[in-house]
Design a protein around this ligand. Structure first.
Ligand code: NAD
Length: 266
């Protein structure tokens, strides 16, 4: 299927690893002009070096999504480099504060919401004027299975990701008539630095190997992931790229689950 996004200008946050990096690579392979952004400049340079040799090399500008000044600078850098965006993909996120509700500090709540919900809000506010000017646009938010199936030991993350579903749905109503389509993708248990860290901690607390931690997590915590494995970042990037394409011209306000069945409800 031809995604027909050659020459479209796309910003990907959280682009130095995992789902963000896979998405940037896929859009580049499809001929898009890609701007990669993430928090750590050195990690971003390393990520750009991992991008296969394509003619359209990505731009890379570091920014922290919790820092309004960083986002303003990023918006200026993007404007100077490519002008208005056509595509915005909000991937940056953290697992955030863990534990039961009564165990999580106010700082834990504040930081998780600041990265996972307010980060995408800041980035979207900064780039929305340009996206609206184009008459054709796509915004994708990466939410999580946790948005609709909350786990009681990660409620700040669940609440932030649920907020993204509501935010995206609202935006999809406001801007569709201008040609700007807004959707979310909700993965579950994808192989990335985020779940590597979760599984390392689990292995340590169980006195198990890393692979045993994954197996027990799937069995005990994610019983409806019918494929019985972690997903790959590319498997999420494929769906994001589709939503950013002409092929998704009638898809708006939707939430695409990429979770091998993890969310138990229909
Ligand atoms: P990841 O850790 O590889 O990617 C997250 C990226 O966000 C990192 O590159 C990190 O540097 C960046 N980031 C974090 N805080 C930032 C900040 N303040 N400013 C700028 N960048 C920041 O993990 P991933 O699995 O690729 O996660 C990508 C997205 O997918 C996240 O939003 C995550 O919540 C979501 N998600 C992941 C899974 C999973 O199982 N891996 C499941 C559901 C949802």
């Amino acid at each position: 299927m031809d995604l027909n996004i050659r020459g479209r200008k796309a910003l990907v946050t959280g682009a130095d690893s995992g789902i963000g990096l896979a998405t940037a690579r896929l859009l580049l392979a499809e001929g898009a002009t890609v701007i990669m952004t993430d928090r750590d400049p050195d990690a971003l340079v390393h990520a750009v070096e991992q991008v296969p040799d394509v003619d359209n090399r990505p731009y890379a500008f570091a920014a922290d999504v919790t820092d309004a000044a960083d986002i303003a600078r990023l918006a200026q850098q993007v404007e100077d480099a490519v002008g208005d965006l056509d595509i915005l993909i909000n991937v940056a996120g953290i697992h955030g504060a863990g534990g039961l509700f009564h165990e999580i500090s106010q700082d834990g709540w504040d930081h998780t919401i600041d990265v996972d919900l307010m980060g995408p809000v800041r980035v979207t506010r900064a780039f929305l004027p340009g996206l609206r000017r184009g008459g054709w646009g796509r915004i994708v938010f990466v939410s999580s299975e946790d948005a609709v199936q909350p786990y009681d030991d990660e409620l700040p993350y669940c609440a932030a990701k649920a907020g993204l579903l509501s935010l995206a749905k609202g935006l999809s109503r406001t801007y569709a008539s201008e040609g700007l389509l807004v959707n979310t993708v909700s993965p579950a248990f994808i192989e990335s630095p985020m779940t590597d860290e979760m599984m390392s901690q689990r292995a340590e607390s169980l006195g198990a190997t890393f692979d045993e931690a994954i197996a027990s997590f799937l069995q005990e915590e994610r019983p409806f992931m019918e494929l019985g494995r972690r997903g790959q970042p590319d498997e999420v990037a494929n769906v994001i790229a589709f939503l950013c394409s002409d092929a998704a011209s009638f898809v708006n306000g939707s939430n695409y689950r990429v979770d091998s069945g993890s969310v138990a409800t229909i």
